[in-house]
Design a protein around this ligand. Structure first.
Ligand code: FAD
Length: 386
């Protein structure tokens, strides 16, 4: 019986936590090994939308959907697509379109993680255990080696350890590669109270302002902050050789404004008003359709399995869906190897399809006349939906 097996989940991100929650609910005793020392060591990032067919589906299996519905933000679904003149070419969302049928409510990543953390038996999370590598033993078990010197032998190890997974090399030769897109993240704290004009422009959801192979991707967060990803199609070296001082926002602002010199003054307010952290981000991805041969005693989920760029909002949704699929497969199969095999068969197919869609979006966002082209795509999707 799988219930007696020792299951280690590496990583307490949304994927790892969802898996632990569902398994615990079914009477299993998985252990999560997390590299960070505590739940608050790192800032948890922006807002995410959870789709009905992925993130919300997983929450339903986890018995957390009703709780999510009480705290999510339906108004956060609002979306505006603009060009560099701030002309709105496409607008959608609950307040704009009464016939809007999809449901992708937003939740701040921090709030989602806390909800998942609260749902898991705290004794099952071992903080401050950063895995360095694992080795496969002849009997299908794995020996885990942690940075702090600890070692563990387990029957199943699940790599839910994100983009730079230390478990991935055990099943695949592929490594993450730079996607061709760089981002500079800036934040407008308390925009809701301090900068009503930018809130008016932004609305309560997201803005995709795209032109000239670059973009301003802005999202209203639940705490009234607007997080802006200034995004660029650029060689990898550019992000750190462009002379921008990421240690000093005020020094960085004139450089950022120069890059967006001929963009509308309305859009440039995203930079003028920035008053929070500034952070450079290289966007990495795994090859589209990344696959591996099934192996005894080990599997991957989420970013570890199929890291993709954020341009379809799929990452967190997939990580949670993978967790639900894997948990159900473990629960419903007496043989652990068969459970992993069936999960991987299904997951690698749906993740491959979404990776291809995400790559198409990424290419579209950074084409010439991107806003116009994206708006046309959105309008045709909307007609299909109706
Ligand atoms: C700029 C940006 C914007 C994004 N926006 C969206 C969006 O709008 N919608 C969306 O769905 N997705 C978005 N994503 C993607 C999303 O954040 C990820 O896909 C999602 O968090 C993946 O979940 P995960 O559980 O697989 O991995 P992670 O969330 O990365 O969690 C991995 C966990 O493993 C831990 N860990 C890492 N290494 C080790 C180790 N060696 N030992 C032990 N523990 C380890 C980490 O500390 C972490 O807690 C965005 C990503 C980026 C970069």
């Amino acid at each position: 019986m799988n219930k007696n097996k020792r299951i280690a989940i590496i990583g307490a991100g949304p994927g790892g936590l969802t898996l632990a929650r569902i398994l615990q609910k079914a009477g299993f005793n998985p252990v999560i090994f997390e590299g960070e020392k505590s739940a608050t060591q790192r800032e948890q990032g922006g807002t995410l939308d959870l789709t009905e067919d992925m993130g919300q589906k997983a929450l339903k299996v986890a018995g957390l959907l009703e709780q999510f519905k009480e705290i999510c933000r339906y108004e956060g679904e609002a979306l505006k697509v603009m060009d560099k003149t701030a002309t709105v070419l496409y607008e959608d969302g609950p307040s704009v379109n009464a016939a809007h049928t999809t449901s992708r409510p937003e939740i701040d990543r921090k709030v989602l993680r806390q909800m998942l953390l609260d749902s898991v038996n705290p004794e099952a999370i071992v903080w401050g255990h950063k895995i360095l590598y694992a080795s496969s033993l002849e009997n299908g078990q794995h020996e885990l080696h942690f940075e702090n010197g600890a070692t563990e032998i387990v029957d199943l190890v699940v790599g839910a350890d994100g983009a730079f997974s230390k478990l991935r090399p055990l099943v695949s030769k592929e490594t993450v590669e730079y996607s061709g897109i760089s981002m500079i993240e800036i934040n407008i704290l308390d925009a809701k109270n301090q900068f009503p004009d930018i809130v008016e422009l932004n609305g309560l959801g997201s803005v995709l302002a795209l032109d000239d192979y670059k973009g301003m991707i802005a999202q209203m967060n639940g705490d009234g902050k607007i997080r802006v990803y200034l995004s660029f199609k650029a060689p990898k070296e550019w992000l750190h050789n462009n002379g921008i001082n990421y240690e000093n926002l005020e020094e960085a602002k004139p450089e950022l404004l120069k890059i967006f010199e001929d963009w509308s003054p309305e859009l440039k307010k995203y930079i003028h008003y920035a008053n929070g952290s500034i952070f450079p981000r290289l966007i990495y991805m795994l090859p589209v359709g990344h696959k591996w041969e099934n192996k005894k005693g080990i599997t991957l989920l989420g970013d570890a399995a199929h890291l993709m760029s954020p341009f379809a909002g799929a990452g967190v949704n997939l990580a949670m869906l993978d967790a639900a699929e894997l948990a159900q497969s473990i629960i419903n199969h007496d043989d652990m190897h068969e459970a992993i095999y069936n999960y991987e068969l299904k997951m690698l197919e749906y993740a491959g399809e979404l990776a291809a869609e995400t790559k198409e979006n990424m290419d579209l966002f950074f084409e010439i006349n991107a806003a116009e082209k994206l708006s046309e795509v959105m309008k045709s999707h909307h007609v299909e939906e109706l």
